[in-house]
Every structure is written in C-alpha cells, then in structure tokens.
Design a protein around this ligand. Structure first.
Ligand SMILES: NC(=O)c1ccc[n+]([C@@H]2O[C@H](COP(=O)([O-])OP(=O)(O)OC[C@H]3O[C@@H](n4cnc5c(N)ncnc54)[C@H](O)[C@@H]3O)[C@@H](O)[C@H]2O)c1
Length: 249
C-alpha cells in the first residue's frame, strides 16, 4: 500500500510561484504532502499561498534566490521542516543568439539552472542526515537537442541531466535517489508572456507527434511519480515527457 506515502513526506520545490513549479506544488499538496517552495517572485508566491486555503499548515512559501543556498536552508530551518523530497525546478531560459551571449549571461544561466541545483541537493543530503531523500531535477528535452539561440540553456540542462546520473550512483548508498524529468514544450506563464501569435503557436505545437503543448499538470505528474512510492527502485533516470518530440526525426 502506498496510499499515505506523501502524507508523511515534506517536499521543497524551487521556483514554485508559477508555471510547472506551481503545478508540482499543487500536485504534491493534493497527494497529501507538506510543501515548502521558494521563488524570487514575491507577489506570485503570495497568490499561491492565498489560494491554498484548503491545505492549512501544509504549504510554506518563502522568497529566496536559489543561488543563495544558505538563505534557502536558513528559511527551511525557520519553518522547521525536514525535507524528504527536493524538486529542483527554478530556471532561467532567456533566448539569446550565441554570438551575442555575454560571459556573464552564460554564467548566470549555468549558475541558476545547474550549479544552484547541485549546491541545494548537497545541502539537503547533509540536512537529511541519513534519512531517505528523493531528488527530482526538472531538466528539458533541450538537454538532448540543439535548439538555436539557447546554447547556455541547453548546456545547463545537459549538465543537470549528467549531474542526475552521477549523483544517483554516488549517493545511492546514502539512501538518496536522484532522477530527472525532461519536459518538451509546456504552455506556461513564461510562454504566455512571449506574445506568440496563433500561427506561430500552432507551428511550435506541431513539432511533436501529439501536436500540442503539454499542460503544466502533465509534467507535475511524472515529477511526483519519480519522487514517490511507485519509483522507489528508479534512480539516475531522465524521464522524457515531450509528446514524442525527440523520436520524431
Ligand atoms: N515551459 C516549458 O516549455 C519547459 C520545457 C522544458 C523544461 N522546462 C523547465 O521547467 C521548469 C519550469 O519552467 P516554467 O516554464 O514553469 O518557467 P517559469 O519561468 O514560469 O518558472 C520558473 C520559476 O523559477 C523561478 N526562478 C527563476 N530564477 C530563480 C532564482 N534564482 N531563484 C528562485 N527562483 C527562481 C521563476 O521566478 C519562476 O517562477 C524550468 O526548469 C524549465 O527550464 C520548461
């Protein structure tokens, strides 16, 4: 029986204020988990907290930059919750042609998308002190493909996938599982802000065989699967959730 698995677990989700992260927070809450989430978007966190009225005491939102591991850990210590599940979801994805990409822009994306995820994962392993821990990194199909003008982002997601595999092997003896989800195009606030016209949106959606964008909930489900009781023998895996995009060559 795995029915009450999440009721005894606490998750930390980074970048949970909106988009896929928010869907992961909501799904974990629906499964009965306690969820802490950090983001740099204060207003969106307030909205998320306000909308979680039916889960009193089980959602803790706090403003923190994932690059500052100490700030995140200090906030968790103030809340007083242990962490059994870490979802590294926060990321930056600015579209910049490689010849215009400054070293600082490259470093920033690598820092937020992969180095911060590594530092936080290590901090959570140290904090768990021998207890079981499940880490899910939100990578991307861009870890496997070469979308132009996204060299920095693609490199960060490929590194995150590599990190997932190495840490899974290195930390298995500590009772830590490390997996990744590689989403394809998922319609979120970030896309909404892009102001795409209907024709472009349709063309982008048609790149995968299912011919549509994923909904954030369709990424949250696989993340929660990897974090949870049905995946206790799964580690080092990169689960591609892309509507068949990477097969449709
Ligand atoms: N939407 C897609 O099509 C798609 C496809 C593949 C992978 N992904 C991945 O899914 C994840 C979520 O993407 P999304 O579309 O919801 O994007 P999003 O930009 O809406 O969400 C990312 C969240 O991370 C937060 N964040 C960014 N930098 C931060 C920092 N330094 N500290 C704390 N929080 C920070 C943002 O404020 C935001 O709330 C990302 O890892 C992204 O790379 C998205």
């Amino acid at each position: 029986m795995t029915g009450d698995y999440f009721a005894t677990r606490t998750a930390l989700v980074t970048g949970g204020a909106r988009g896929i992260g928010r869907a992961i927070v909501r799904r974990l809450l629906a499964e009965g988990a306690r969820v802490a989430t950090c983001d740099v978007r204060e207003r969106d966190l307030e909205l998320l907290q306000a909308a979680a009225g039916d889960t009193p005491g089980r959602l803790a939102c706090f403003t923190a930059d994932v690059r500052d591991t100490e700030q995140v850990v200090a906030a968790l210590d103030r809340i007083g919750w242990p962490v059994d599940i870490l979802v590294n979801n926060a990321a930056l994805a600015p579209r910049i042609p490689s010849l215009e990409l400054s070293p600082a822009q490259f470093d920033l994306v690598l820092d937020v998308n992969v180095a911060s995820a590594f530092r936080l994962a290590r901090a959570m392993v140290e904090r768990a002190r021998g207890a079981e821990l499940s880490i899910v990194n939100v990578a991307s199909v861009n870890a496997l493909t070469g979308q132009p003008e996204m060299a920095h982002y693609n490199a960060s997601k490929a590194a995150l996938l590599s990190l997932t595999r190495t840490l899974a092997v290195e930390w298995a003896c500590l009772g830590v599982r490390v997996n990744a989800v590689c989403p394809g195009s998922t319609w979120t606030d970030a896309w909404e802000e892009g102001g795409w016209d209907a024709e472009t949106k349709e063309r982008l959606a048609a790149k995968n065989p299912l011919r549509r964008f994923a909904r954030p909930e369709e990424i949250a489900g696989p993340v929660v699967f990897l974090a949870g009781p049905d995946a206790t023998f799964v580690t080092g895996h990169g689960l591609v959730v892309d509507g068949g995009l990477t097969l449709a060559v």
